[in-house]
Design a protein around this ligand. Sequence first.
Ligand SMILES: C[S@@+](CC[C@H](N)C(=O)[O-])C[C@H]1O[C@@H](n2cnc3c(N)ncnc32)[C@H](O)[C@@H]1O
Length: 273
Amino acid sequence: MAEPRKSTGKRITAATVRADFNDPVAVVHYARAAHRLGLWASERQLIERAFPDRGARLLELGCGAGRVTLGLWELGYRRLTAIDFAAELVAQALALVTERGVHGVDLFRADATRMPLAAEDDPAARLRCRRVPRFDGALFMFNGLMQIPGRARRRRALREIHRLVAIDAPLLFTTHDRDDSREERLLWKLEARRWARGQQDPRLVDFGDRYFEDEAGRTFMHLPTRDEILEDLAATGWRSEYDIMRRHVARESAAVRDFSDECRFWLARALPE
Ligand SMILES: C[S@@+](CC[C@H](N)C(=O)[O-])C[C@H]1O[C@@H](n2cnc3c(N)ncnc32)[C@H](O)[C@@H]1O
């Protein structure tokens, strides 16, 4: 067996991902989508199904430049809190909602793994936290949860969201699925061999990670299996209600398919603590 390659690149951290999202290339990419693209047809359908009450108090994580935030507002949701850990994207989202005359959205910079909020009815709430009534639902759209490096940190984000929502509240999010196609299964088989020999990209954290560069800038993404997400949900207080590949929800426009790959939607519900 070949010797493991000596590590040359630095391991990807949350700081790497945040810097990549604050990079002007990424900021322009996501701001353009927020201004021009709006919600995908599949997102619209699943949001309306998951949150039938327009008066629901919703928490959107990884809001980026506000594409989904504005979409939620346009669908009639008015009690919105939106966060992202990339300051440049939050600035874009704030500019967009102001430009479109959206009022009352609580939009600020925060890390999903360390939310600066405490649920009002949580006796263990940290004093330094801003207290909020428990949210009726949460969203982490367009794979933002999978852009958190390290499985333990992704689970921490799921626990943080769970801490802030009411029992039975829905969480809608998306991931890739590395078992979805035959081609992907073959590619991941080859990648597994590289990991077994210690010859994977030394910047990666877990098997299933990718770090690449395209028109959206540099992107870190963890591509999970379906079983992995089911385990993560079960370990963090969530019950999976359904999951479905995007192509089975709606046929997306060419513009949406240009902006985003196929993904799996997940709807989970918060179990009692
Ligand atoms: C693919 S972008 C999607 C942005 C936006 N929701 C959209 O659909 O256009 C993922 C977003 O998740 C954010 N994100 C990643 N990790 C995060 C974390 N730990 N806390 C908060 N936001 C995070 C990124 O800054 C980025 O804006």
